[in-house]
Write a protein that binds this ligand. Structure first.
Ligand code: GDP
Ligand code: MG
Length: 174
């Protein structure tokens, strides 16, 4: 069984739930692998994924990059994005402005990684009605963009769709 590593980045405005999504996804099994560096945290998680070209399972180690704060987002974005094969763009459904900023984050990521893949997390879905969620999901699906993988309404609090976001991004980048 072969194993490969891929870097992915969490991107989004301050307070949308980037760190919480990573903790939910990673820490229930790998809490000791939460690594700290200056300004950036890198978590690791291994996933079993099926390679579309061969009917074989392969182990994918995700290196999940989390930026601390983001007031200086624009200044450090290029080096933060460097070498990433994918990104999860995170918005907060209770803060429409953080959703409107998603396409700007998308462009910034693609500028550095034109062939990167991107999944969208409309996070804190536990805080609003499902009819609004569906509306947001339609608006924030960048289906015309070849980088686009999927949009999910997620909740780091309840766990809703957290695995699905990481899994679908993982499948798209192998
Ligand atoms: P970051 O700045 O993007 O890393 O955001 P954090 O992960 O630090 O989360 C910011 C705040 O939002 C914290 O108080 C979290 O507890 C809260 N939060 C994050 N995700 C959710 C969620 O899905 N639902 C709710 N209700 N709160 C959340
Ligand atoms: Mg954070």
């Amino acid at each position: 069984m072969s194993s490969i590593s891929k870097k992915i980045c969490l991107i989004g405005d301050f307070g949308v739930g980037k760190t919480s999504l990573i903790r939910r996804f990673v820490d229930r099994q790998f809490s000791d692998k939460y690594l700290s560096t200056v300004g950036v945290k890198i978590s690791r998680k291994s996933l079993e994924v099926t390679d579309s070209e061969q009917p074989k399972h392969l182990t994918l180690q995700l290196l999940i990059w989390d930026i601390e704060g983001s007031s200086k987002f624009k200044g450090i974005s290029a080096s933060y994005f460097q070498g990433a094969t994918g990104a999860i763009l995170v918005g907060d459904v209770t803060r429409p402005e953080s959703l409107e900023n998603l396409s700007e984050h998308l462009q910034a990521f693609l500028k550095v990684n034109p062939k990167g893949k991107v999944a969208i997390a409309l996070n804190k879905s536990d805080l609003i009605d499902s009819e609004y969620l569906e509306k947001y999901r339609q608006i924030y699906s960048f289906s015309d963009d070849s980088s686009f993988v999927a949009t999910y309404a997620s909740s780091a609090k309840t766990g809703t769709n957290v695995d699905n976001i990481f899994q679908s991004l993982a499948h798209s980048i192998i």
